[in-house]
Write a protein that binds this ligand. Structure first.
Ligand code: HPA
Length: 271
């Protein structure tokens, strides 16, 4: 694994012109257009990157973008690898390992999620304050490589508290509605039954989705600071029998774009 990480990092260093970024962004469902804010773009399709899996889902373009955003060098993943696509946890989190090998210290993650919190509305943007890992596996299971991180990493501040506070400050300055919440990560690809949404709410979740948790675990293992947002694309619970379609999830994420773009770009400029 170490060899593969270094091989991919070496490839990117040789391919990309300019300094390697300290900040990386993973763009979730419907959030790809945030990539439009990146200037001096160098785009590398996943298919050209050694050891990278290939993303298969509609709405996930599948490329790494290097460039400048808010005056900072950044790299962005347009499209991520989901556990439900059949990738194993090491594949899902491989890009985060490569980011760290390149020198990335801060990871921004974004996703589309279903809301269980009764105060949420479709189109809300939720700052992730914590998560609950309900994937059947932990990406750190197996041999621990000391070079990558410690055996038993703490997860008490999986999402950097200072970043949450900064996002709140930005939202207040801009008059943007931002909610906070705990993200529940599940495998999918099914959306939840009404009883499952209710269960996730009762155990402390505010939103549920099919990504993010594996990448954030690995980022913490690697000593990176994490900021995450979820776009609430549908609502679920005991009395809600409505079933979202993938298209509606994407559409709701697009509706929330002015907010996600404002928060993300301002966060990038100010961290
Ligand atoms: N459940 C799981 N994943 C999701 C949802 C949902 O309701 N909405 C968007 N991604």
């Amino acid at each position: 694994m170490l060899e593969q990480i270094n091989q991919t990092a070496d490839f990117l260093r040789s391919r990309v012109i300019g300094d390697m970024p300290k900040l990386a962004i993973i763009l979730g469902t419907g959030l790809g257009p945030i990539a439009d804010l990146i200037e001096e773009k160098q785009v590398i399709p996943y298919s050209e990157i050694p050891n990278f899996p290939i993303s298969t889902v509609e709405g996930h373009a599948g490329c790494l973008i290097f460039g400048v955003m808010g005056g900072k060098r950044v790299m962005a993943m347009q499209g991520r690898f989901h556990y439900y696509e059949g990738y194993d946890m090491k594949q899902v989190t491989f890009p985060v390992r490569v980011m760290r090998a390149l020198g990335v210290e801060t990871l921004f993650v974004s996703n589309a999620a279903g809301g269980m919190n009764k105060g949420f509305k479709v189109g809300d943007v939720m700052v992730i304050t914590d998560h609950i890992n309900l994937f059947p596996e932990n990406p750190l299971r197996g041999k621990n490589y000391k070079e990558l991180g410690e055996r038993f990493p703490a997860m008490t501040e999986a999402y950097c508290h200072d970043y949450v506070a900064l996002a709140d400050k930005i939202a207040e300055e801009k008059g943007i509605r931002l909610v906070h919440g705990v993200y529940v990560g599940t495998t999918g690809p099914t959306f939840e039954t009404p009883a499952e949404y209710e269960y996730f709410r009762v155990i402390g979740g505010d939103a549920v989705g099919m990504s993010t948790v594996p990448e954030v675990i690995v980022a913490n293992h690697a000593g990176m600071k994490v900021f995450g947002i979820s776009v609430i694309t549908d609502l679920g619970g005991k009395d809600i029998t409505y079933v979202p379609t993938h298209e509606e999830v994407q559409q709701a994420a697009i509706t929330a774009q002015p907010v996600t773009v404002a928060i993300m770009s301002e966060m990038v400029a100010r961290v």
